[in-house]
Design a protein around this ligand. Structure first.
Ligand code: ADP
Length: 594
């Protein structure tokens, strides 16, 4: 059996002709002696079971008259028998019927025959109607069945489609997940590679820093020492030139390393309490001699509303100001240089302050103002020849100021001078925070001992240089070549301070410091160490390293060191730290250097 389709529902609809035929068949059954025919509204002629021959003109005439009349109209069949037509509005059609046996008068309107015939026709009409209803009903049931089947099929199809879509979606999700997992793995790998590259770069920087600073240590230190020996004027001039060139080279190395660190995002600012006035005094002191030589006045002013002690990175702030003041000094031949820190406003508990370095120097052409903040760029081509410099200073200052939350800018007029300035928030140092420096100072006052220093350093040139510098500062010095040797010295002798190189073969400075702290903490073990058993305070250990990174300094303190000194060791820096760490010693035991 072919499956029913939606369109086939209407195949079974009963047409008008069929309705008329049914009626005729019923009437034939009810009137077995009569012969009849029906003429539809469209003049289609349907014959009953017993034929009734009628010439078309007669039939047409009868039909016309019946349609116009409410009752029966009479006519004559071909065989001469009487026939009558009546219009049945219900069908609608004209029924022509012949009953040979009925006499003429019986056809009168309202006669028994016409009433009987009317009733019979009505009965036939009812039956036909009922049959049609039954047929309609059956057809509806059939249609409902078909619709149900269609519906079921539709649901089935939809469900199948839904499952198919679901499967497709699952497959798609699976593919997507695996793609994401693959890409995540690739990203992780790339990230790991980048981190590794960044680590290698950072290590490379640290090593470069070490490799470059170590010989600089020797060049600067020994030329400094050489210049203090009896020399002819020409020799002294050469020696000073070597020292100056080496210092410039070191500045350049530091600048390049700084810039590399900033660009690698490795430069972190410190947050330590410091005295702002001290930083400004330091900066001004550095330019005292050149200012006197040039006849240029240097003035400084700090607004009284700015807190004295603030939190931040004093070294980096000093570096910025030295750079700006250095430039001001370089490009000013007469007049003055003015360093000012002005109060601007208070915001979120911080004092927003304006740092400015003003000079009455050569000024900067307006069209070069932006360029000078770029790396390796100077205001004009003749600057290097005339004034020297590399064009790195301002680029570094710009970045450092940004790290401090400000923006470095300049106002300048050629021939009149320039003002470099930046506005940064300053945070007052809380009273309870005591700087590392003060810790050291507090500790140091309790130290009562001789002025003996243990220098732990593997490099022979550095050993010699540092020993001479220490001795010249008036202290006694013993040298150990690595960490293990330093422990041996402490076993048999007492020292007031250890200068401990960080990078050494055999046992490095970190390891040696950790060992010393362990021994100090062990009451039994420390008895075997003459240099440690009687100490009331932990032994002062200053880390010496060419690595000037913040993390190196932190690592030194974490290992147990009490101070940190970057190489190259120059006289001024060494003297400063020794004075800080050993003030009592310097009074008690410092020898007369002369
Ligand atoms: P450097 O001074 O080593 O060349 P900087 O980055 O510090 O590098 O300065 C870049 C340039 O900006 C200088 O070469 C100079 O042309 C100009 N400049 C900086 N400060 C001043 C100043 N105070 N007066 C005039 N020109 C200046």
């Amino acid at each position: 059996m072919t499956e029913p389709t939606f369109d086939s529902i209407f195949d079974d609809l009963i047409d008008v002709k069929e309705e008329l035929q049914r009626f005729l068949a019923i009437l034939d059954g009810l009137l077995p002696e009569a012969s009849a025919l029906l003429v539809s509204e469209t003049d289609v002629v349907l014959d009953g079971a017993r034929p009734l021959a009628l010439a078309p003109p007669v039939r047409e005439k009868l039909v016309r008259e019946a349609r116009a009349s409410a009752g029966f109209v009479a006519g004559k069949a071909d065989n001469g028998a009487r026939c009558h037509a009546v219009y049945l509005a219900k069908l609608p059609a004209v029924l022509i019927i012949s009953c040979a046996a009925a006499p003429e008068e019986d056809w009168r309107s309202g006669s028994a025959l016409t009433t009987l015939l009317r009733n019979t026709i009505d009965l036939a009409l009812h039956r036909q109607e009922r049959e049609m209803l039954v047929a309609d009903h059956e057809q509806s049931v059939r249609q409902i069945n078909i619709l149900q089947q269609q519906h079921g099929k539709l649901i089935e199809d939809n469900y199948r489609q839904y499952r198919l879509n679901q499967d497709r979606e699952k497959e798609y999700a699976r593919k997507l997940e695996s793609e994401i997992a693959k890409q995540t793995a690739e990203l992780r790998e790339t990230n790991a590679r980048l981190e590794e590259i960044s680590r290698l770069k950072s290590d490379f920087l640290a090593n470069m820093s070490h490799e470059l600073r170590t010989p600089m240590n020797a060049i600067i230190g020994f030329s400094e020492l050489l210049s203090e020996t009896p020399l002819a004027e020409e020799q002294l001039d050469y020696t000073r030139t070597i020292a100056q060139s080496a210092t410039s080279l070191l500045t350049l190395i530091n600048d390049i390393l700084d810039l590399a660190k900033i660009e690698a995002g490795k430069l972190e600012l410190e947050r330590q309490p410091f005295e702002l006035a001290e930083v400004i005094d330091n900066v001004a002191a550095m330019f005292k001699i050149p200012a006197r030589e040039k006849g240029v006045a240097v003035t400084c002013k700090i607004d009284g509303r700015i807190p004295k002690r603030i939190m931040g990175d004093s070294n980096r702030l000093r570096q910025i100001l030295i750079n700006l003041a250095g430039n001001a000094m370089k490009f000013t031949e007469q007049g003055g240089i003015d360093i000012q820190i002005a109060y601007e406003r208070e915001a979120a508990g911080q004092i927003v302050s304006r740092f400015s370095v003003h000079d009455s120097g050569i000024g900067i052409p307006a069209d070069r103002v932006e360029a000078i903040f770029e790396k390796f760029t100077q205001a004009d081509g003749s600057t290097t020849r005339k004034y020297g410099g590399t064009g790195l200073g301002l680029a570094i200052c710009l970045q450092l100021v940004e790290l401090m939350g400000g923006r470095l800018a300049v106002e300048s007029e050629v021939g009149k001078g320039s003002t470099f300035y930046f506005v940064i928030p300053l945070e007052e140092a809380p009273a309870e925070i005591v700087s590392l420096q003060e810790h050291k100072e507090a500790g140091r006052e309790k130290t009562v001992s001789g002025g003996r220093i243990l220098l732990v350093e593997d490099n022979a040139v550095n050993q010699r240089l540092a020993s001479i510098l220490i001795t010249r500062q008036g202290y006694e010095v013993e040298v150990a070549s690595d960490g293990a040797e330093s422990l041996e010295h402490l076993r048999h002798q007492t020292f007031d301070l250890v200068l401990m190189d960080v990078q050494m073969p055999n046992m490095d400075g970190m390891e040696a410091t950790r060992r010393i702290r362990e021994i100090e903490a062990d009451p039994v073990l420390r008895q075997s160490y003459v240099g440690l058993r009687t100490l009331e305070q932990p032994l002062g250990i200053i880390g010496l390293t060419a690595h000037a990174r913040k993390e190196d300094e932190t690592a030194c303190y974490e290992a147990g060191m009490t101070g940190f000194l970057t190489k190259p060791i120059i006289k001024a820096k060494l003297s400063m730290i020794l004075n800080e760490m050993m003030p009592r010693i310097s009074c008690l035991a410092k020898k007369d250097p002369s």
